[in-house]
Ligand binder design. Structure first.
Ligand code: MEV
Length: 323
């Protein structure tokens, strides 16, 4: 049997703006997806018969990437991530499956994390009609703090470039790593799930519509761009007070792009008195908020009182690993 684990992610700054070439900053979180593969008499997943149409990511990686034609597999998946909630659950699943298959098929070959991130990205794209940014798969593969941007970003290390042919044409991204401060000063990430899943494609299309109808909304993208760069600078210096202020500011501009929701705003308001900063994370319209705080228990209680489901993570989790 082979096993692998890949973490989920949360976007700290730059969601939606990254679709327009601006930078986004994402952190890997402690929670993720664990996959085990075992040779078996028949194809099974989660104790049931494996249906490739129900599992497009897995099917793509098995057959289009690894050209697997060995014995049938019994696939077990344990996810700690809320599904379709902006925490990169499908990216973590793709990366964990890719890593486990690599171990099974090439046990003596060191795993190439960049290649794995690209495999995960192609699986996401295949499952989402050709539209997916590499943010989730790169963060889950590399771990730590990942910056996705169309242009070089000061103070980061370039890791790889990637591109994708989408229905709207070819898109290219560069992936950078930002070194997190060694001491995170007792600061924790707290995620709060609204309980409502978030359709990324619909939210991205909504922003595109808004920008074409109200061109002045492009200023919101510029503002998010500036906040992202300031927030990243503060993060790399370990100035979490400034990171929090940038998060609060970023949430306002996401509200102005109509991607927040009443339940996201309610959770953000509920945690603010006990946090350094809080905002929605990911596509919005539902999904999760993220807060940073020295008092994660109190913030979690506030999330529960406001009707959400909390999850605590440290800052700076490692990327995908074979167990
Ligand atoms: C979704 O997690 C983040 C978005 O910026 C979409 C994307 O990056 O592809 C809304």
């Amino acid at each position: 049997m082979v096993e692998a684990f890949a973490p989920g992610k949360c976007i700290l700054f730059g969601e939606h703006a990254v679709v327009y070439g601006h930078p986004a900053v994402a952190l890997a979180i402690d929670q993720g997806v664990r996959v085990s593969l075992k040779k078996s008499e028949e194809w099974r997943i989660g104790g049931e018969k494996f249906d490739p149409f129900k599992h497009p990511h897995i099917s793509h990686i098995l057959h289009k990437i690894f050209y697997y034609n060995g014995e049938p597999l019994d696939i077990k998946i344990e996810s700690q991530l809320f599904p379709a909630a902006g925490l990169g659950s499908s990216a973590a699943l793709s990366n964990a499956i890719g890593a486990a298959l690599h171990k099974m098929m090439k046990p003596n070959e060191k795993i190439d994390i960049v290649k794995l991130a690209k495999i995960g990205h192609s699986a996401e794209a295949a499952a989402q009609e050709g539209r997916a940014s590499p943010t989730d798969t790169a963060t889950s593969a590399l771990g730590g703090c990942v910056v996705v941007s169309g242009e070089p970003v000061k103070g980061t290390e370039h890791i790889f470039n990637t591109e994708l042919v989408t229905p709207e044409g070819k898109r290219s991204w560069s992936i950078y790593k930002s070194i997190l401060p060694e001491k995170t000063d007792g600061i924790w990430l707290i995620l709060g799930f609204t309980g409502e899943s978030s359709p990324t494609g619909k939210m991205v299309a909504g922003v595109a519509n808004l920008l074409s109808q109200v061109p002045s909304k492009k200023d919101e993208m510029e503002a998010i761009n500036e906040i992202t760069l300031k927030g990243l600078d503060a993060l790399s210096k370990g100035n979490f007070e400034a990171v929090g202020l940038a998060m609060d500011e970023c949430h306002k501009h996401l509200q102005n792009l109509n991607v927040s929701s009443d339940s996201l705003d309610r959770l953000v308001e509920a945690v603010r008195p006990y946090s350094l900063g809080a905002k929605m994370t990911g596509a919005g319209g539902g999904g999760c908020i993220v807060a940073i705080s020295r008092n994660p228990q109190r913030v979690s209680e506030q999330i529960e009182i406001a009707g959400g489901i909390p999850m605590i993570s440290k800052i700076g989790t490692k990327g995908v690993k074979i167990i």
